[in-house]
Design a protein. Structure first.
Length: 98
């Protein structure tokens, strides 16, 4: 998981990561859209200075927190997000430092 976090952070133009934590949780608990099924996921949150260019956006996404959602069975990244404030992870499980 640490390698995935560092890889996506590098794509987000950040190399000096801080406060990297992960939580083992369920997919339905991590998104308001309530997807079908309830696959196990690993959620990583880290602090840094992120910037990521995305298709169809005039300006890059910028923020000091990045969240990455990984399918626990396949190890594939299913979602990521950048935010100026930390994501509220209360209620998802116990955060473990990476």
């Amino acid at each position: 998981m640490s390698a995935i976090a560092r890889s996506l952070a590098g794509a987000g133009e950040e190399q000096d990561l801080q406060n990297i934590h992960y939580i083992a949780s369920a997919r339905q608990a991590t998104t308001p859209s309530r997807p079908a099924g309830d696959a196990s996921v690993h959620l990583i949150q880290m602090e840094g200075n992120f910037q990521r260019h995305v298709r169809h956006a005039e300006a890059p996404l910028r923020g000091t927190y990045m969240m990455i959602l990984i399918d626990a069975e396949t190890g594939q990244v299913t979602d990521w997000s950048i935010s100026p404030q930390p994501f509220d992870l209360r209620g998802l499980g116990r955060a473990v430092r990476l």
